[in-house]
Design a protein around this ligand. Structure first.
Ligand code: PAN
Ligand code: ZN
Length: 201
């Protein structure tokens, strides 16, 4: 083995971290973000409920802990999200949802705790809702916008394996949303059509 090979291996040395599947805590954690009701003001449907919540305490809806494993030849990253149980108005807590801008930036989501749905939607409006429980793993290409909705009574924790430089595009979701929202009716989740997609095929 040459010295050149050794130094290249050292540059891309394996990295191990710990992930608590119940709390979503990772160690080490390079970056943590908290998303509150105000951060999701363009995502939830009930504007009166959003205003009330923001004026009251603008509570946390979910948090994300990130660790990019950046090496000279890889931009793979881990992101662990923890979505609190609850609703804004009657709509279940959810992530904002986004597309990736790089066409080869696929992603894998692993559900670790809690129950809910992964919503997937293509730019031309193909839509899929995948029921989620601990142990569910879903791979999707950059062609699919992705949002996770917590419809259960507990925290929903999931790990994302993705490309750090994959690019995040929230604009189409802000503009038109997903084709369906998940709302609480008599204590249970119900899918309702998003009016901004009415008439679309
Ligand atoms: C995830 C998401 C994370 C938060 O790491 O970024 O769950 O969701 P929003 O970014 O939609 O608020 C991921 O999909 N990374 O690509
Ligand atoms: Zn993503």
């Amino acid at each position: 083995m040459t010295a050149t090979t050794l130094s290249s291996e050292q540059a891309t040395a394996p990295v191990t971290l710990s992930l608590d599947p119940v709390t979503g805590v990772i160690d080490p954690c390079a970056k943590r973000e908290v998303r509150r009701v105000s951060d999701l003001a363009q995502m939830f449907g009930d504007t009166d409920a959003i205003r009330r919540e923001v004026e009251a305490d603008d509570r946390m809806v979910y948090e994300v802990q990130y660790h990019p494993f950046l090496t000279p030849d890889s931009d793979l990253a881990l992101g662990v999200s923890r979505i609190l149980p609850g609703v804004v108005g009657d709509e279940y807590h959810m992530t904002k949802g986004h597309f990736h801008t790089q066409p080869d930036a696929a992603e894998i989501y692993h559900c670790l705790a809690g129950t809910g749905y992964l919503l997937l939607q293509s730019r031309d409006g193909m839509f899929e809702a995948v029921p989620w429980r601990p142990g569910t793993v879903t791979h999707f290409s950059a062609a699919w916008a992705h949002r996770v909705v917590n419809t259960g009574p507990d925290d929903l924790v999931f790990a994302a394996s993705y490309h750090w430089n994959g690019g995040l595009d929230y604009a189409p979701i802000i503009e038109r949303g997903f084709r369906q929202r998940i709302v609480r009716r008599d204590g249970a989740p119900v899918f309702v059509d998003e009016p901004r997609w009415a008439g679309a095929r």
